[in-house]
Write a protein that binds this ligand. Structure first.
Ligand code: CU
Length: 169
């Protein structure tokens, strides 16, 4: 009995799919698609305004791909470019103050090769092979803070060819 009923079920499902497919081929299919979109919109709108069971009326947030506000960086590219000239074994100016989203552009305008190494971490910076005379390196700072850097060929983390980027919110 179990095995005997199965083919009939498959037949019925197949028949209904066929009918549905024929129906969708008519002039109403565009209208149906529109209605579906409306329903989807209503559904999603309803999700954001659902009243909580306790009657507090707080909106229920829909699933979001954005990170929570507490960890999201207040970062927008500003389009501002702050030049730092690398010349005579120094960074000029040695210290620059910028805003979040500004881009710092280091330009090796001397005859020596240099590098730009962050004292903390290695999220940004440029190695010597990519910063020969005439080369440029750019980085957009997206978090507030004080970023110390140096050239390891002509200095170290605390002395010699050093620089600082101060990023304010
Ligand atoms: Cu150097």
């Amino acid at each position: 009995m179990r095995f005997g009923s199965r083919p009939l079920l498959v037949l019925l499902v197949g028949a209904s799919i066929t009918v549905a497919a024929c129906g969708d081929d008519g002039p109403d299919s565009a209208a149906n698609a529109e209605r579906s979109a409306e329903l989807a919109a209503e559904f999603h709108a309803g999700q954001t305004t659902t009243t909580l069971a306790d009657g507090s009326g707080e909106a229920v947030a829909p699933p979001s791909t954005e990170p929570p506000a507490s960890t999201a960086a207040p970062f927008e590219p500003t389009g501002v470019v702050i030049p730092v000239t690398v010349l005579d074994n120094s960074f000029r100016p040695q210290s620059v103050e910028i805003s979040i989203g500004d881009e710092v552009l280091w330009e090796n305008r001397g005859l020596n090769e240099h590098n730009v190494l962050s004292v903390v971490g290695d999220d940004w910076g440029v190695e010597v092979e990519d910063f020969q005379p005439g080369s440029v390196y750019a980085h957009v700072f997206t978090e507030p803070g004080e970023y110390s850097y140096f050239c390891s060929i002509h200095g170290n983390e605390t002395a010699g060819m050093v620089g600082t980027i101060i990023v304010s919110a």
